[in-house]
Design a protein around this ligand. Structure first.
Ligand SMILES: C[S@@+](CC[C@H](N)C(=O)[O-])C[C@H]1O[C@@H](n2cnc3c(N)ncnc32)[C@H](O)[C@@H]1O
Length: 403
């Protein structure tokens, strides 16, 4: 078996074609079963018999994981420290292939809490009979589950020990007090009903209650199942990385783009002081309401509801007058894209701190920044999604000094 590739598989070659193989490790000899053969240049396969195991292989802790079973995890068969080495290799490879940076040192840092029961927020699918589960890899089929060992308890039980007739999916989140919020979605993905179970209780409370999360030494309010870092230790780790890369000074103007409930803007606001300014930009109305509440005691911080796109950003920057000193961005999986990256680079900000949940999108945007006068100055990566192929990165981009 050849090297690991982005997406939770390894690369093999057969009769001149690339084969992306799941459930294996680099260096293994395995028998594969082809699972998808639609493209002339490559096919997909599962390793179904391990002839020569790699040293990093371990028994899977989850009984639902394996070829043809639940598609939720990619690396259940891999020891956690080896998972982190695989993820580091993927980040390195993406930066090399997509950003032309061939010598970036990457270490994926472990977060506290172990590889299981870390998922504090999840979406489970529901089959036609109302049974909850997760989808098979690259399929719409629902694998019915009675537990998901990476999901925190009692959040997993709150969904998987019940039936949800007529629902298409169920979102669940557990906050830092232990309160569990479930939101039932219809088959089009629209929310239908929310239920909140207070800590240790089976009796639902008022569903308007906001979830509470703790990070950076303070409490934050979040909409029940709204966006918050999934791993309970991730928000702290990311805030610390963002603070150190941003190196904010008193009086600075900071933009926090794709701000969610205001986590990074709120963490940086005390350092800019009353003479500085932090503008958090977020599209989602409920997240903006949570951010407003979270930043209420920080008059130097404000929340702007709007889309981060090239036009919106141009208008925002024009309104700011002087350009921002520091820009933090934490876009969704697809990344910021070349137009937004170019617009941010045009501000001439002293530091751009890019938080990314997909190393491919990060690498493409780093390339866009590179074409607009910024270089990758530092990078940290975190294993915020153990057992899966996902990895969270924080990159510092700085203006390229004149030669
Ligand atoms: C990865 S989350 C980051 C949230 C926040 N930084 C945190 O760590 O809690 C991305 C956020 O971007 C918002 N978003 C997605 N697309 C957007 C866009 N085009 N403009 C503004 N916000 C957007 C989403 O609603 C979500 O809150």
């Amino acid at each position: 078996m050849g090297p690991v590739a982005h997406g939770g598989h390894c690369v093999a070659r057969h009769e001149g074609r690339v084969v992306f193989v799941r459930h294996t490790l680099p260096g293994e000899r395995v028998l594969v079963r082809v699972t998808e053969d639609r493209h002339p240049g490559y096919c997909r396969a599962d390793a179904v018999e391990i002839r020569t195991p790699a040293p990093g292989r371990v028994p899977r802790p989850c009984p639902y994981s394996g070829p043809g079973l639940c598609g939720g995890c990619d690396w259940q068969h891999v020891a956690p420290d080896e998972q982190r080495r695989l993820k580091a290799a993927v980040v390195r490879e993406q930066l090399s292939r997509l950003a032309g940076l061939h010598d970036v040192a990457v270490t994926v840092e472990e977060l506290p809490g172990g590889p299981l029961r870390w998922r504090s927020r999840a979406r489970f699918a529901v089959d036609r009979s109302g049974a909850p589960g997760l989808r098979r890899h690259r399929s719409h089929d629902v694998v019915v589950l009675d537990d998901c060992p990476i999901t925190a308890e009692p959040a997993a039980s709150a969904v998987l020990r019940h039936r949800w007739p007529g629902a298409g999916a169920v979102d669940v989140a557990i906050d830092s007090t232990g309160a569990v919020t479930t939101t039932r979605l219809d088959r089009r993905g629209h929310p239908q009903a929310t239920r909140v179970l207070p800590p240790g209780s089976e009796v639902p409370a008022e569903p308007t209650a906001r979830a509470e999360r703790r990070a950076g030494g303070r409490d934050w309010q979040v909409e029940g199942t709204g966006f918050w870092q999934v791993h309970p230790a991730a928000a702290d780790a990311l805030v610390a990385a963002v603070e150190s890369f941003a190196a904010v000074r008193t009086g600075d103007t900071v933009l926090d783009l794709y701000a969610g409930a205001g986590l990074f803007g709120g963490a940086l606001a005390p350092a800019v002081g009353r003479g500085g300014r932090v503008v958090c930009v977020e599209a989602d109305a409920a997240a903006c309401a949570a951010a407003d509440a979270n930043l209420a005691a920080l008059p130097q911080a404000e929340v702007w509801q709007g889309e981060v796109d090239a036009q919106g950003l141009a208008e925002l920057i024009a309104e700011l007058g002087d350009g921002p000193d520091v820009v933090v961005l934490d876009p969704p999986r697809a990344g910021a894209g070349p137009a937004v990256s170019k617009q941010i680079a045009a501000t001439g900000a002293r530091a751009v701190v890019y938080v990314a949940c997909d190393p491919a999108a990060l690498a493409r945007d780093v390339a866009a920044f590179g074409g607009n006068g910024y270089r990758l100055a530092a990078l940290r990566s975190f294993d915020a999604f153990p057992m899966t192929a996902h990895v969270e990165c924080v990159a510092l981009l700085e203006p390229i000094p004149p030669t």
